[in-house]
Design a binder for this molecule. Structure first.
Ligand SMILES: [Mn+2]
Length: 302
């Protein structure tokens, strides 16, 4: 659900790897893939749950998901409730597969898929570019602290197979529409700074989305704009859609473990990027408890 570049890139890449190995493989992402990822050609391989309904699968691999709730309706395609293989890098992974490969020291699941794939098949540009998409997006385009020599080495290997960072960067970083900019402007009107500027939070309400003609997926990257403020350690974006549901995106810059906050509200993620969803009748009912928890986290750390 709410797939990011790593989920999209690694699911599509593993699908292509399995097909190169002669398997009849399908790659499924339950929520709509945000339109701008379509500029990375290999993402065309992905199918929705509806498109795959009625097909029979004997083996299921789940990628980049810390628990079964993260894959939504896709469980309906499973032959059994438990997936055969889970490949992930979230510290909060619950180990819900028969075989679980969770490696939190990997900056992206695409890096794990690459470790597997490069030993098994000959890459082409399309496959290499999907893996580079996953690595680039989960490392904030090579700027998070998770970026080490292993990340650059994998990127270099993929570049040698023809993967280009430019179309990926253009698709992911330069796709804002005038309506999205209007929404971003509205979001900044709700900005609150606390604890001497270490905690930043803002919201996007359902009404704001309607007013600006935007969809929830258009808020992707907004929380990064909050974290980019000088002096901010923890940034939180609350986005309400549909009414009654608030998605909380948490980011930290260098030391706060925001996955602890997400986990407390039934979500999960990484120390520097996590999220959760709250069912509430008013936006404030999500904002108050989550901000209080983040405040506590920062006070404890500082
Ligand atoms: Mn990931």
């Amino acid at each position: 659900m709410r797939p990011d570049g790593d989920a999209i890139g690694s699911v599509a890449a593993l699908t292509l790897i399995l097909r190169k190995l002669g398997a009849q493989a399908e790659g499924c992402i339950p929520d709509p893939v945000p339109w701008f990822y379509r500029e990375v050609s290999g993402t065309r391989v992905l199918r929705t749950v509806e498109e795959l309904r009625g097909k029979e699968f004997d083996t299921v691999v789940v990628l980049d998901s810390s628990d079964l709730d993260r894959i939504g309706d896709a469980v309906e395609l499973f032959p059994a409730r438990t997936p055969d293989v889970v490949i992930d890098h979230h510290v909060t992974n619950s180990g819900f597969g028969l075989l679980n490969l969770c490696a939190p020291d990997y900056a992206a699941v695409a890096l794990i898929v690459h470790e597997i794939g490069k030993r098994l098949v000959e890459y082409d540009r399309e496959l290499a570019e999907l893996l580079l998409l996953g690595i680039a997006t989960d490392t904030g385009f090579f700027k998070y602290e998770s970026v080490d020599a292993q990340v650059f080495e994998a990127a270099a290997e993929l570049a040698r197979y023809g993967a280009r960072i430019q179309p990926i960067a253009s698709a992911v970083l330069e796709h804002r529409t005038p309506n999205t900019i209007r929404l971003l402007t509205e979001m900044f009107h709700t900005l609150h700074l606390e604890l001497g500027g270490k905690l930043a939070y803002a919201y996007v309400s359902a009404g704001m989305l309607r007013r600006t003609g935007c969809r929830e997926e258009d808020t992707e990257g907004f929380v990064g704009e909050l974290r980019a403020i000088h002096g901010v350690e923890v940034a939180i974006l609350f986005s309400e859609w549909p009414e009654g549901e608030v998605h909380v995106s948490l980011r930290s810059k260098s030391y706060a473990d925001v996955s602890r906050v997400a986990l407390r509200f039934g979500g999960g993620g990484h120390p520097r990027a996590a999220g959760c969803t709250l069912k509430v009748t008013r936006l404030e009912e999500a904002i108050y408890p989550v901000v209080a928890a983040a405040r506590g986290l920062l006070e404890e750390a500082g």
